[in-house]
Design a protein around this ligand. Structure first.
Ligand code: SF4
Length: 287
């Protein structure tokens, strides 16, 4: 729980506040953009949520990986806990409960008629795992790269999922994962999901394209509000940025309408707009 004694002076007065333990992971900025913003290198409440925005502010509170967001009174947090995972659209859910070990990266749950997927991992919360059990559990756990494993293994103890990670990103703790993917060629897991290896951010980064519509990108690709187009984390590239540019070009061969990144808000556009934005991203990377 956030500490009221450590409340940042940059917060606007009211029920919600951010304390000084914020690590500036950015999760609250996109989960509740009207309420939280970056102010002097950490998050602060810049506008207390109106009734319509209150649930999003509570989702941000729950997403915060280091419990830096608090409320002074009238907590409706238990109601919002019941509503997680949060459905973005058509069986695609944002898990919430971001983990500090992945620097607050987002994870997603895909509810399907047959096998359900989880993409990357939230921190382990027993109550949340029970909610996923109610939704049918997790058969396949798809990891975008080694930095966003978080509490995958604790969820595996509940679901016994088949865990996917690229062999080039496999570390000691993932060597016994059920599927160590190899090579740079794309392949299908089933008729709805394609694995696209995208080395660059890390050597073993992959994107997952679901239903030719939803692209789960880990830390390979995100959307920049400032640039107003898709972009890559140039200052947080741990393997090779030139190789990441080549991987970005591979994505031009695919149609998708939704980018769901590890960091930053999920972004939806038409397929044509998405392709144009991807081309701008590549030009920006090359320059
Ligand atoms: S989610 Fe928490 S740690 Fe991340 S920016 Fe917001 S307050 Fe800071």
């Amino acid at each position: 729980m956030a500490n009221i004694k450590e409340k940042r002076s940059e917060n606007i007065e009211g029920n919600f506040y951010v304390d000084s333990s914020c690590i500036n992971c950015g999760a609250c900025y996109w989960v509740a953009p009207k309420t939280f913003e970056l102010v002097s290198q950490q998050s602060a409440v810049v506008e207390q949520p109106a009734l319509d925005d209150e649930d999003a502010a509570y989702r941000a509170l729950l997403a915060c990986p280091v419990n830096s967001i608090g409320v002074e009174k009238d907590s409706k947090v238990n109601k919002v806990i019941q509503e997680l995972p949060y459905e973005l659209e058509d069986g695609i859910f944002h898990c919430g409960y971001h983990a500090e070990s992945s620097f607050g990266a987002a994870s997603y749950f895909i509810k399907r008629e047959k096998e359900n997927f989880m993409v990357d991992s939230p921190r382990f919360v027993k109550q949340f795992a029970n909610k996923l059990v109610e939704l049918g559990g997790v058969e396949k756990h798809l990891l975008s790269h080694k930095d966003d494993i978080a509490d995958t293994d604790k969820y595996w103890e509940v679901f016994n999922s088949k865990r996917y990670i690229h062999a080039d990103d496999s570390i000691a703790s993932t060597s016994d994962y059920e599927e160590l993917m190899k090579g740079e060629d794309a392949f299908q897991i089933d008729d709805e999901i394609v694995v696209i290896p995208v080395p660059g951010h890390t050597k073993g980064s992959v994107c997952y394209l679901y239903q030719n519509k939803y692209l789960f990108t880990g830390d390979h690709l995100a959307f920049s509000k400032d640039l107003n187009h898709l972009y890559a984390f140039k200052t947080a590239c741990w393997y090779d940025f030139d190789i990441q540019i080549q991987s970005m070009k591979k994505l031009l061969a695919y149609d998708f309408e939704y980018v769901l990144p590890g960091h930053g808000r999920p972004i939806k556009m038409s397929k044509e707009e998405m392709k144009a934005s991807l081309i701008k991203c590549i030009e920006w990377m090359e320059n």
